[in-house]
Ligand binder design. Sequence first.
Ligand code: PMP
Length: 452
Amino acid sequence: DADWLALEAEVCSHGDTVHYARQPRFFARSHGSYLYDNRDTPYLDLQMWYSAVNLGYGNERVNAAVARQLGTLPQLAPQYLHYERVELAARLVDGTRRAFGAAGRVHFDVGGSQAVEDALKLVRLRTGRQRVYAFEGGYHGRTLGASAITSAYRYREPFGEFGDRAEFVPFPYCFRCPYGKRRETCELYCVAQIERKFEHPYTGAWSSRTGRSEFAAFVVEPVQGTGGYVVPPPGYFERLARLCREHGMLLVDDEVQMGFYRTGRLWALEHFDAQPDVVAFGKALTNGLNPLSGIWAREELIGPDAFPPGTTHSTFAANPLGTAAGLEVMKIFEERDYALAVERKGSYLLELLRDLARAHPEIGDVDGLGLALRLEICQADGYTPNQELADAMFQRGLAGDLRIGGRELGLVLDIGGYYKNVITLAPSLDIADEDLELARDLLDLVLIECKQ
Ligand code: PMP
């Protein structure tokens, strides 16, 4: 690997995350819940490419659909039609109607960031307003528009001014509730704080010109992804959606990371009694194969000709290989009860992780929804964030030499959170129960070794 690493250092831009791993590995193949490095050591993947591969690596049905498309019509410019594209749009529209009881349409894009860009364009078109509210700790992508509504200033700072297109408000982060409440019994002071912004003409976001709020939308992740798999309290989004309605703002639901049954529903917002106006999706739609993303929006917003012709064009939008993969993914979700499967596996993993937390006081919080689970890594007091330990766990897993039951294994984790101290777990939705138990054992081993 030394030669390849030297070449990589010479020819690759390092804006990406490859050097997060201090001992970078080259991977050679993948299957199910496992990645295999070039020595053929298996790595149990508990992150699945930031939740882009919800149905496991090398899913046979999705791969076969792509292979069929490869043999017939693999390339087609987006202004021409093919059946898979229309059928996929129809299934997304149907699924979203079942989820939220609303009629709508789908517009395809390429990556998640681009879908967010088009969601922003649509809300501007429909409201005539430009700014949006977004959440501290939110993540919506790294293109210019998506970065502008992603709260972390440190990732915008190097690139100069982005304008004031978003105002950031705190997301309900119950483990560190500033009001000292518990999620089960809280009184939603967090949403009351946001409501207050709209009550005071001189301190809130009112325009003196128009005498009302001039924000186009609230952009939300129902469960924060990169923010550390943070789940809001019941009733939160219901109140936020009401606020949006009262002030002519649209609710934009970014499901790029939590969509496609990661939380046990097609869209994570379904858990929270709120209806979105626009949904942005991407990642797991193609099970991590040919990138494809898009937005769904209510019929009255998107209509047949929402976007003036040519204004959202992209060469690879609705590409045939991506739509073929997406169509098969949607069929799989319709045929099997993933709501039940994810609920069952998610609660089993949660139970295993709670056991683990009893043995390790450094795990301050174990929480999540469906198969999006968080381990908040702290000092021994169980509260003070411990970024070093989280990072050590991440590195230890990637070293690929954890000895367990006579085998040598690696562990693929990811770190998120406001303090970069949250191990975010997003295993395959089809992960075997033995692998959930192995996940617990590997995390235990990693913690023991890293604490030494
Ligand atoms: N929104 C959310 C919630 C995401 O998690 C991501 C990716 N992590 C994006 C948008 C951006 O998607 P992409 O990286 O495909 O551009």
